[in-house]
Design a protein. Structure first.
Length: 362
């Protein structure tokens, strides 16, 4: 059976570190913690789990900190987690089985990253990343922020998921890293423009985000998945700016890079929905419900846009055109994912009254 070194970088994580380590301490064979300047009880908590704690001054680069943490690994494979990540019980069992059965010729194992969970337990954002890598390959991290491992060799996709349970969102820190890169004259890659655009969008700087998404799209290089979402996110920015025409054009632009996806179709449906063109909206919402993302897809997957969201919107659209039966059916489909959603419950009550009135009239 393989052995595993857990390598983490932390700073002021007293609220989450123990929760994270409790979910993996019996799975890994070694825990390495690199602290980049904590001023709270983070290191004290870490000492309850390991004596392999190291200091590393923050250099404004996540890649440099992660590479530092990998230096201390001594086992066959390296697992990385952030302090606000956990392994849920089902995934703990899957991970244990993976560890027991992994072919040592494998260089990297990708796992799902459930980056968001709603109040009903539905995964809201999922993507894959290389999570467990062979130490002797000396893989390196790249990128000051939104960093990535440069992996080559034999890679397998597992069904293990790491779940992100962030207590609060840090606003502005990553933007400042990108702005520092610009200030010192760094050359931006297509990936840099994409992720800088994301950070600007999340901070409400929509026109600047659009400009960076366009720079990504203008460059020939870069990952096609980033280009797909550059179009989709650009549409979000135009919607926030009140420009429905450019929003729609940006969403259709994503079709230049891939067949329609639920993330785009649901947004296109909403665009027509807001114009009160309910029949066209229905076409796009229904298309979204017929699509399903490839489980081996590495890029962002927003499951709501394939499941409850288009069904709930179809309920509204069919109601608006007077087809109460279909509206009711789609509300019940949405209920499978969000059974106690106030909108679902209120819709159900409305249809009960409508159908009772109809029966009484007959």
């Amino acid at each position: 059976m393989i052995t595993i070194s857990l390598c983490m970088i932390v700073k002021n994580e007293e609220e989450t570190l123990a929760r994270c380590l409790d979910t993996v301490k019996d799975i890994v064979d070694e825990i390495n913690i690199v602290d980049t300047g904590s001023t709270d009880r983070t290191k004290e908590i870490a000492q309850q789990y390991t004596d392999r704690i190291y200091d590393f001054p923050w250099t404004n680069s996540f890649a440099e900190a992660r590479n530092e943490s990998y230096k201390y690994a001594t086992k066959d494979y390296i697992l990385y987690l952030d302090a606000d990540d956990v392994l849920l019980e089902d995934d703990r069992e899957k991970f244990k089985k993976l560890k027991e059965t992994l072919d040592p010729s494998v260089d990297s194992v990708s796992m799902y990253y459930n980056a968001g969970i709603d109040e009903f337990g539905n995964v809201t954002l999922r993507f894959r990343n290389n999570r467990l890598v062979k130490r002797e390959k000396n893989y390196r991290w790249y990128g000051d922020c939104h960093n990535y491992l440069d992996i080559h060799g034999k890679i397998i996709n597992s069904d293990v998921a790491v779940t992100h349970k962030k207590l609060r969102h840090s606003v502005g820190r990553t933007v400042s890293i990108f702005e520092s890169k610009l200030a010192r004259g760094d050359t931006f890659s297509p990936r840099d423009y994409f992720y800088y655009g994301n950070e600007l969008r999340e901070n409400g700087r929509f026109q600047e985000a659009i400009d960076n998404y366009d720079k990504n799209l203008e460059m020939k290089g870069g990952w096609v998945e980033d280009k797909i979402f550059a179009c989709i996110y650009k549409g979000d920015c135009y919607r926030s700016l009140g420009d429905k025409t450019k929003e729609l054009a940006s969403l259709f632009q994503s079709f230049n890079y891939s067949p329609p996806r639920g993330e785009a179709c649901s947004r296109i449906g909403y665009n027509f929905h807001t114009r009160r063109d309910y029949k066209t909206a229905i076409f796009w919402y229904e298309l979204a419900t017929k699509l399903y993302p490839d489980p081996d897809r590495w890029s962002f997957v927003y499951m709501a846009y394939y499941t409850w969201y288009p069904h709930l919107q179809l309920c509204v659209c069919y109601y608006r055109i007077g087809d109460f039966q279909k509206a009711h059916e789609h509300n019940e489909e949405a209920a499978k994912y969000r059974p106690s959603d106030p909108s679902v419950i209120n819709n159900r009550r409305l249809f009960e009254r409508l159908f009772q009135k109809s029966d009484a009239e007959q």
